[in-house]
Design a protein around this ligand. Sequence first.
Ligand code: ZN
Length: 358
Amino acid sequence: MTKGTRRARALFRVSSLIRHSAFVIRHYMKLLACGVFLLVAGIANAALEKYSSLVVADKDPGERAPSNAVRVTYLGVNGFQFETGGHVLLVDPYFTRVGLWSAALNQRIESNPDRVNEGLKQVRPRADALLVTHAHFDHLLDAPEIMRRTHAQIAAGPTAIRLVESFGISPNKCQIVEQGSIRKVGPWTIRAFAAQHDRLFGKVPFECNSRPSPQSSPSGRRGRGALGKSESASQPVKVSDWCVGEPFAFVKEAAGKRIYIDSGGVPGVSPDRRIRGVDLAILGMALPDSRQRFAEAVNQLRPRFVLPSHQDDMFAPVSRGFTFGKMTNFPELVRESKRKDLPGRLILLDYYRPWTLR
Ligand SMILES: [Zn+2]
């Protein structure tokens, strides 16, 4: 064998080895991707599958809401659509799903138009009103965009309204709610009640006393929980600019149904004593504070149905499916409901699967 032939054969062997290795790597990468996908999908499905006896949903998801009932669609986090007789209310609709690190590092955030687009495909094209329980980003960030697209007006506390107006939303579209205020929107009667926000490590997250971001205009913020009365809000930039404002709970009545909704609470502070005997109680359960007030809230409200909300992983995209948030403890809620024989039937809703409250 000549020197040249030996070199040619050696080169051929090396190139075959490289081709083979590339094939093996590609093959294993595919298998790995498949495995990761199945694992994630498995986890996502398992989250609600485990409680399938509690999940309620209509048989026909395309059916319109009858005028003597209210159709409820869960949009993730604390977001809901309520429909009756062709009228639509949205509460806390939030589709952007800011990531955990953006929130933890207080980064610049913006509403994500693609995710809002995807989310809005799951609700009616027009809404009468949007109710917002407080001004944190996971309740309010997408509100200006959703208002433009659905032509909805908004009803929320003064801080949330000022933040929304900073995006050019007309004040004619904005209704400031106060403790005890009553508003009629189509067939709905909406009552607002002052509420509490859960604490995280002993403190309400993102109160409105932080200094504005350097990028914001200098009008600033004042007070512990809210913007000052005469202040106009600068456009929020960072996570903390979406400061809590004034938390509210709402009772909405239409089609002979009463629905209570809040986004959380603290132990020792029950919902307003005037609210008793509701058809559906939707209780925010994101953090241990709200979990600890669960029994007293349910005993006060005496609902027919109890729906824990805000207990999914709000940092994961909706496409991943329902997974429980790291600081929630749904198994304990189930145990407590049984142990204390709490009133009402405990239910769960899956993303975008409507259920009619009759
Ligand atoms: Zn919040």
